[in-house]
Write a protein that binds this ligand. Structure first.
Ligand code: CDP
Length: 806
C-alpha cells in the first residue's frame, strides 16, 4: 500500500453510508419545481370529476335531479348512487371491516358527504355543474357527541346495520356501537386500585384533528377497454394495498391493474385508505372510456377524508404514597364518525392503543375501547402516529403529571421512579408487548441536565411568587414527557391488512458497472427514502450511495409491500434492504473466492471489497465483482447480481424519547409563547442524522399545531366549523418555535442494522409535552387538567375559571 492509497476509513466516508448527513437527493428536483405530482399529470383526452356534497350532517335523500347539471356544455356524465348500483359499487368495503357509501344512498350521514360526481371536459365546468345537481333532503336529528352516541334515544346513524348484533370486531351493544375491544387484565388492575394509597381518575380528551398534508388526496384513473386494464395514478401511501383492494372491489384481475404513486406532498396517514373519489374516477373512466382526474380541494380534504384521534380517554392511575405506580385503567370512547374506516392492522380495532403503559413499569393494567358512530366524517388514521400510539402516549403522559401533582412530587422525579430500568429489557409490559431495548434513565438524565431543569424550576417558583404578589401576569410552565413508541408493523403474527401479512420488501439489482437499483414496497411522502435506503446499501455493499437508484410506488415494478405509515419503512423495508444486500454480498463473496482462487472462508469484508485474510493486497472490489457477476461467475453459478427480500419482522421496534418544554402564558390574553423545546430521541442506529433532525422538526411542528390549536370542530347541527386553513391551525414558520434536538443511541437487538423508526416520535412525544407545559403553568393554582387545544381562547377561559381575571 503506498501513501496515496485511501484508508478503509477514507473509502467508507466516500460511500456516504449509514451515519452520514447525506444531502437529500430528491430535493434536487423538488427545489427546482420539477417534482412529479398527481396533479402534474396530463393525459390526452383527460376529463375531470368533482363532487356535489351534502350541506346537511344527517338527512334523508328524497330525490336527486341531475338534469340541469348534465345539460351544462362540457359535462360528459353525472354519476349518483343509482349509477354505481349498476356496477355494484354504491358501497365499498373499508379497511376496518365495515362498508361505506361511495355516493349517498338513501341518506347522508355527515356534512360534505359525497352525493353526486360530475365529469366534465375541465375542472371548472365540473365544479360549476356540481352546484346544479338538485337534491331534495329531509332533515334528521343529528349527533356529533360520541359520549351521547349510545344513549337510548340517540339518532340511528347506520340504518343499514341497525339490527346487527355482531360487527367486524365482535358483539355490538347499541345500534351506534362499532366494537368493544379490551386488553390487559381487569381483575389484577382492579385489585391494584382496591389497595392503592392514591388514585387519580381524569377524562383526557384528544380532539379530532386532521393530518392536512399540503397536497390533498387525488388520482387519475385510465381504463383501457381494449386491453381491459386499469392504470391508477394517485396519492397512495400503500400502492399495493390499493391494487389488491381495487381488484377485489372492481373484479378487474389484479395483474390488469397498474397502480402508480408518483411524488407525494405529505401523507401523515391521510393517504392510506380508499376514498369515494378513487372509486368514482375509476367508474367514470370505465363509463366514458377516457382518463378521469379527481383532485380534492382543501375544504374537502379537511372535512371528508380521514380524520385522526377523537378519543375520550377516562384514565386512572393507582400508586403508593411514595410514588410507585401500581395500576392503570383506561375506558375510552372512540368517535369513528359515520363509517368505520380506521386504518389499523385488521386485528386491532383500536390500533396499538395498549402501548398506553408507556415507558413505565406498571404491574397491572387494563384498557377498554368502545368505538361509536356519529354524524362526522369517517377515518381514524394514524396521523404521524403508529395506530393510536399518539392517543395512548397523550393519556399516560397527562395522567402521570396529574398523579405527580396529587402526590406533590416533581414530574421528573415521579417518572424516574417508574421508568422501566435498563436491566429489565427486553421488557414485557402488562399488555404483553415485548419492548426490544431501551435506556430510559440515561435519556431523561441527559435531557434534564441539558436544559438545566433544576434552575428552570427555581425560576418558575420565583415567578409564581411574583404572580401571587401581583407583580407579573405571566405564568411559566415546564412540560415533561417521556414516551415509548411501538413502530414497524409488523410481525405477521400480530398484523395484517385484510388478511395480507404486514411484511415489507426490497429488491436490489446491481448492474455490471457496479451501480444499482433498489425497488421497495414502501412509498416516501417526503421522508427522504431515496436518500436513506441508498445509505443502507452503501454501507452493506460498499457501493457509493450516489450510485444507487431508489424506486418506490409502481406496483408493476416494485416487490409487493404494505406501504409507508406508522414509521414502518425503516423497521421493515430498511431491514429488507439490509437482508437483500446480504444475499448479494454472499454471492459476491463466492465470486471473489473463485477469482482469487481461495476458499470463501479465507476472505474478509473491508468496506467495499473482499480481501484475503492476512494478505490485504489481494482483493476484489464490489465494482470488480459486479462486472464479474455478468461475465466470469464460477462454474455452475447463475450469472447476475440481484436479490429480493420479503422481511417479516420478529417484533416491533420501540423508539423512545425525553422531551422538555418551557412556556410563558399571559393570563390576560391566554397567549402562550414557547420559550424552549428540547427533544431527545433514541431511534437506535441512525441512518442519516440530518434527515432524522428534519423528521423531528416536522413532527414537532405538527405536535405544536395539534397541542396549541388544531381541532376539527362540529357545531350541534353537525356543521364543520374548521374546514379551511383560516380556521384550522396549520403552523407556519412565523408561529413555529425553535427546536433543540438531541439523541442517545440504543440499537434494536432484532433489526439487522439496529435501527428503529423515527418519523412519528416527535408527534407522539411532542403533544403531551406541550400540553403538560400549559397545564404545569396553572398547576400551582389547583388546576389539574386543561384540555387541548391550548389556543388563546381556551387558555384565557381556563385562567378565567380559576378566577384570575379582575
Ligand atoms: O415509515 P417512515 O418513512 O415514515 O418513517 P421512518 O422509518 O421513521 O423513516 C423516516 C426517515 O428517517 C427515513 O428517511 C429514514 O431512513 C430516516 N431514519 C433514519 O435515518 N434513521 C433511523 N433510525 C430511522 C429513520
Amino acid at each position: 500500500m503506498n501513501d496515496q492509497t485511501p484508508t478503509s476509513a477514507e473509502r467508507a466516508e466516500k460511500l456516504e453510508g449509514m451515519g452520514c448527513k447525506r444531502k437529500r437527493v430528491e430535493d434536487i428536483r423538488f427545489v427546482q419545481g420539477k417534482g412529479n405530482y398527481v396533479d402534474d399529470l396530463k393525459l390526452p383526452g383527460m376529463l375531470y370529476g368533482d363532487f356535489m356534497r351534502s350541506p346537511h350532517a344527517h338527512a334523508r335523500v328524497k330525490k336527486i335531479d341531475t338534469t340541469k347539471a348534465a345539460a351544462v356544455p362540457g359535462v360528459v356524465a353525472v354519476i349518483t348512487a343509482e349509477t354505481l348500483k349498476t356496477v355494484n359499487l354504491a358501497w365499498m368495503p373499508t379497511l376496518a371491516g365495515d362498508v361505506q357509501m361511495v355516493l349517498a344512498d338513501g341518506k347522508v350521514l355527515f356534512q360534505n358527504q359525497e352525493v353526486a360526481f360530475v365529469i366534465a371536459e375541465d375542472r371548472y365546468t365540473a365544479a360549476d355543474a356540481a352546484e346544479l345537481v338538485e337534491v331534495e333532503y329531509e332533515g334528521l336529528p343529528c349527533n356529533v357527541d360520541p359520549l351521547k352516541a349510545m344513549s337510548p334515544n340517540a339518532p340511528v346513524i347506520r340504518e343499514d346495520i341497525k339490527d346487527k348484533k355482531e360487527g367486524a370486531h365482535g358483539p355490538r351493544k347499541h345500534y351506534n356501537h362499532v366494537f368493544n375491544w379490551q386488553a390487559g387484565n381487569k381483575a389484577t388492575a382492579d385489585a391494584a386500585f382496591a389497595k392503592a394509597d392514591v388514585t387519580i381518575k381524569e377524562m383526557i380528551v384528544y380532539p379530532r384533528v386532521h393530518p392536512c398534508p399540503l397536497e390533498t388526496c387525488q388520482c387519475v384513473a385510465s381504463f383501457d377497454k381494449i386491453r381491459g386494464e386499469l392504470t391508477l395514478w394517485g396519492t397512495f401511501q400503500a400502492p399495493h394495498v390499493i391494487r389488491t383492494v381495487g381488484s377485489l372491489i372492481s373484479k378487474i384481475p389484479e395483474h390488469k391493474i397498474h397502480v402508480i404513486a408518483p411524488d407525494i406532498g405529505g401523507g401523515f396517514g391521510n393517504k392510506v385508505g380508499a376514498y369515494p373519489g378513487y372509486i368514482c374516477a375509476i367508474v367514470a373512466s370505465i363509463v366514458t372510456g377516457r382518463p378521469v382526474k379527481w383532485v380534492e380541494d382543501r375544504i374537502e380534504n379537511l372535512s371528508t377524508t380521514a380524520f385522526a384521534r377523537d378519543f375520550y380517554m377516562e384514565t386512572e392511575i393507582a400508586a403508593t404514597k411514595d410514588g410507585k405506580v401500581t395500576g392503570l385503567r383506561c375506558n375510552t370512547i372512540a368517535d369513528h364518525g359515520a363509517f368505520d374506516a380506521c386504518a389499523n392492522a385488521t386485528k386491532w380495532p383500536a390500533g396499538l392503543f395498549s402501548i398506553i403503559s408507556g415507558s413505565y413499569d406498571i404491574p397491572a393494567a387494563h384498557v377498554s375501547v368502545d368505538g361509536v358512530y356519529t354524524n362526522k366524517a369517517p377515518g381514524g388514521v394514524a396521523y404521524r402516529c403508529s395506530f393510536r400510539v399518539t392517543e395512548a402516549a397523550y393519556a399516560i403522559e397527562r395522567a402521570m403529571d396529574i398523579m405527580a401533582q396529587k402526590l406533590g412530587m416533581d414530574p421528573v422525579e415521579f417518572r424516574m421512579k417508574n421508568l422501566i430500568r435498563r436491566e429489565q429489557f427486553p421488557y414485557t409490559s402488562a399488555f404483553g408487548w415485548v419492548y426490544d431495548s431501551g435506556d430510559y434513565q440515561t435519556a431523561l438524565n441527559k435531557a434534564v441536565e441539558t436544559v438545566g431543569y433544576k434552575e428552570l424550576r427555581a425560576e418558575q417558583k420565583k415567578q409564581q411568587e411574583a404572580f401571587k404578589r401581583g407583580e407579573t401576569r405571566n405564568l411559566m410552565g415546564i412540560g415533561v414527557a417521556f414516551f415509548t413508541e411501538i413502530v414497524g408493523a409488523g410481525p405477521s403474527r400480530n398484523c395484517d391488512i385484510l388478511g395480507i401479512a404486514m411484511f415489507d420488501s426490497a429488491e436490489i439489482r446491481i448492474h455490471p458497472t457496479g451501480s444499482g437499483i433498489c425497488r421497495l414496497g414502501t412509498k416516501s411522502q417526503g421522508q427522504g427514502h431515496e436518500t436513506t435506503y441508498a445509505q443502507i446499501i452503501a454501507t452493506e455493499l460498499g457501493i457509493a450511495a450516489d450510485n444507487i437508484m431508489i424506486e418506490e410506488g409502481n406496483t408493476d415494478t416494485a416487490p409487493y409491500g404494505l406501504g409507508t405509515y406508522g414509521s414502518r419503512s425503516t423497521p421493515v423495508s430498511g431491514a429488507a434492504t439490509a437482508m437483500a444486500c446480504r444475499k448479494i454480498k454472499a454471492k459476491a463473496q463466492m465470486i471473489a473466492a473463485y477469482m482469487l482462487e481461495v476458499h470463501d472462508d479465507d476472505l474478509e469484508w473491508d468496506v467495499d471489497r473482499f480481501r484475503v485474510k492476512g494478505n490485504p493486497e489481494r482483493f476484489k472490489t464490489m465494482t470488480e465483482l459486479a462486472w464479474a457477476a455478468y461475465h466470469e461467475v464460477p462454474p455452475g453459478m447463475e450469472p447476475g447480481l440481484e436479490a429480493v427480500d420479503y422481511y417479516d419482522p420478529p417484533n416491533f421496534t420501540f423508539p423512545f424519547g425525553a422531551y422538555i418544554c418551557v412556556v410563558d402564558v399571559d393570563v390576560d390574553t391566554g397567549s402562550t409563547k414557547v420559550r424552549r423545546f428540547y427533544a431527545l430521541d433514541d431511534c437506535g442506529t441512525r441512518i442519516n442524522p440530518m434527515i432524522i433532525e428534519g423528521q423531528i422538526h416536522g413532527g414537532l411542528t405538527e405536535a405544536f399545531g395539534i397541542a396549541m390549536g388544531q381541532e376539527i370542530h362540529y357545531d350541534d347541527d353537525g356543521n364543520v366549523t374548521t374546514a379551511s386553513l383560516m380556521d384550522y391551525f396549520l403552523p407556519t414558520a412565523v408561529e413555529t418555535p425553535k427546536w433543540e434536538t438531541d439523541w442517545t443511541t440504543t440499537p434494536s437487538p432484532h433489526h439487522p442494522i439496529g435501527a428503529k423508526g423515527v418519523g412519528e416520535s416527535p408527534n407522539v412525544g411532542g403533544v403531551p409535552c406541550f400540553s403538560n407545559a400549559v397545564n404545569d403553568a396553572f398547576g400551582f393554582l389547583g388546576s389539574t387538567n386543561i384540555p387541548m387545544p391550548h389556543d388563546n381562547w381556551r387558555t384565557w377561559t381556563a385562567a378565567d375559571k380559576l378566577g384570575l381575571h379582575p
